[in-house]
Design a protein around this ligand. Structure first.
Ligand SMILES: [Zn+2]
Length: 281
C-alpha cells in the first residue's frame, strides 16, 4: 500500500486530462470490479473507491518525488510574478477612513469584514491589498488591486496582481475569507474573487478560487464536500465542465450562473440570486 502512488502513476500517461478510468485495481481494498475510479487532472490523478467499506480517495501528484528539485508551476490564468522587490511588505499599511468608506460603498462590505479579512493599503503601489488567506487566517499572498478613485498613480494596465509570499507546494491555492460558524458545514460556495467570497461568507462558507477554475491542489480539500460553483455567465460552460469532470469527487455539485459578481450585488440581491438557490439536502 505504501507504493500505491507509484503503482497508479502509469495512468498519467494512459489517460488524457479529464479522462476517467474504472479499470484499475484499488490499491487499498484490492478489488478490481469497476468501483475504483481514477481521473487525470492537470497535474496528477484523483482517485476514489466507491466501495463503502473502502471509501479511499485522494490525489497523487504527477511530480511525485520531484517537488524539491523542480520549481512549482502556478496554475492560474493570471501571471504570478516572482519579483525581487515585491511584496513591499513594509509599505503595506492600514486603510484610511476614505479608503474604508470607498470599499464599504463600492462592495457593500462592513468595516468588520474589512478588518477581519485583513484588507490593507500599499503605499508604494497605491493599491488596495487583499490578502490571500488560509483557512486558519494566515496570509499566503496578496492580490493588489488598482482603483482610479483611490490612486494618484497612472494606471499601468494591470488591474490586479497576485503575489505569493508563503505558499508551500501543497497549499490549496485558493483564499478562505473570514467565516462565521454555520449550521451546514460541508457546503462550500466557490466564487472567483476575494471580495465576492467575503460577501458570500456572510451567509455560507465560501472560497475564492482566484481564477475561473479549481486549482488541482484545492481538489484535495473539496473532495467529498458539497460544492456550489458560482460563476458568471461567461464562465458557466467552464463551470459545467468542472462539474462533469470532478463530480465523482464531490459529495454533490451545483452550478449557479450569475449575471454580475457577488461583490457588485446588493445584499438582498445576493441572497435571492445565490443563497436562496443553494440546495441543502
Ligand atoms: Zn477500494
Amino acid at each position: 500500500m505504501a507504493n500505491y502512488k507509484t503503482q497508479l502513476s502509469y495512468l498519467n500517461s494512459e489517460l488524457d486530462i479529464g479522462e476517467t478510468t474504472r479499470e484499475a485495481q484499488c490499491p487499498f481494498c484490492l478489488k478490481q470490479n469497476g468501483d475504483f475510479a481514477v481521473t487525470r487532472v492537470e497535474d496528477g490523478l484523483l482517485y476514489k473507491c466507491f466501495r463503502v467499506a473502502c471509501d479511499s480517495k485522494g490525489f497523487i501528484s504527477s511530480n511525485l518525488g520531484q517537488w524539491n528539485s523542480r520549481e512549482f508551476l502556478p496554475i492560474f490564468s493570471s501571471p504570478v510574478r516572482k519579483t525581487e522587490e515585491y511584496p513591499f511588505e513594509s509599505h503595506i499599511i492600514n486603510l484610511n477612513e476614505k479608503q474604508i468608506l470607498y470599499l464599504q460603498n463600492k462592495f457593500n462590505l462592513t468595516k468588520e469584514e474589512i478588518i477581519l479579512n485583513k484588507i490593507k493599503w500599499c503605499n508604494k503601489t497605491e493599491r488596495v491589498i487583499y490578502p490571500i488567506l488560509s483557512q486558519q487566517g494566515e496570509t499566503k499572498g496578496y492580490v493588489s488591486r488598482y482603483y482610479k478613485e483611490l490612486s494618484n498613480k497612472r494606471y499601468d494596465g494591470v488591474k490586479s496582481r497576485t503575489y505569493w509570499i508563503n505558499r508551500s507546494n501543497n497549499y490549496y491555492n485558493v483564499s478562505f475569507p473570514y467565516c462565521n460558524n454555520y449550521n451546514v458545514d460541508s457546503i462550500f460556495v466557490l466564487v472567483e474573487d476575494i471580495v465576492s467570497s467575503i460577501r458570500v461568507a456572510r451567509h455560507m462558507q465560501c472560497v475564492a478560487l482566484l481564477s475561473n477554475s479549481i486549482p488541482t491542489n484545492a481538489m484535495k480539500f473539496f473532495s467529498g464536500k458539497d460544492i456550489v460553483i458560482v460563476l458568471d455567465n461567461d464562465a458557466t460552460t467552464h463551470a459545467i465542465k468542472i462539474k462533469q469532470r470532478y463530480s465523482l469527487f464531490f459529495n454533490s455539485c451545483q452550478v449557479i450562473a450569475i449575471d454580475k459578481d457577488p461583490k457588485n450585488m446588493g445584499n438582498e440581491e445576493l441572497i435571492n440570486k445565490i443563497i436562496n438557490l443553494i440546495k441543502i439536502d
